[in-house]
Design a protein. Structure first.
Length: 115
């Protein structure tokens, strides 16, 4: 892959996740990979809560995983604004299997929490 393409698909698992954070990441990637929704539009898609706090962000700090979806193919799986409710439900079901759920923080990111 060239550098331009790499920047548009940064869906790597962040360092510093606990076991639940890793499970959330794996569940999310299973859904996204099955549908091919892994282009991020240039942003890094996943952050560990500590990494997110270091950026000075205010919301999602007590989560297991932060998901940035602004401009990405994965956006419809995380926001009701996309009006693709079946995709949001599909993601919530995948996380529910691990005792977690997703909640929007702003219009461009949200976080995974324990149920």
């Amino acid at each position: 892959m060239d550098d331009d393409n790499d920047a548009k698909t940064d869906v790597s698992m962040p360092e510093g996740l606990d076991a639940k954070g890793q499970a959330a990441y794996q569940a999310i990637m299973k859904v996204l990979s099955a549908s091919g929704a892994t282009r991020t539009g240039g942003c890094k898609a996943f952050y560990a809560p500590e990494e997110w706090a270091a950026r000075g962000e205010r919301y999602g700090l007590k989560s297991k995983l932060v998901v940035v979806y602004d401009g990405g193919d994965h956006r419809p799986y995380f926001t009701l604004d996309s009006e693709q409710y079946d995709l949001v439900e599909k993601m919530q079901e995948a996380l529910k299997e691990h005792g977690m759920y997703f909640e929007e923080a702003m219009t461009w990111y949200g976080a995974v929490y324990l149920a």
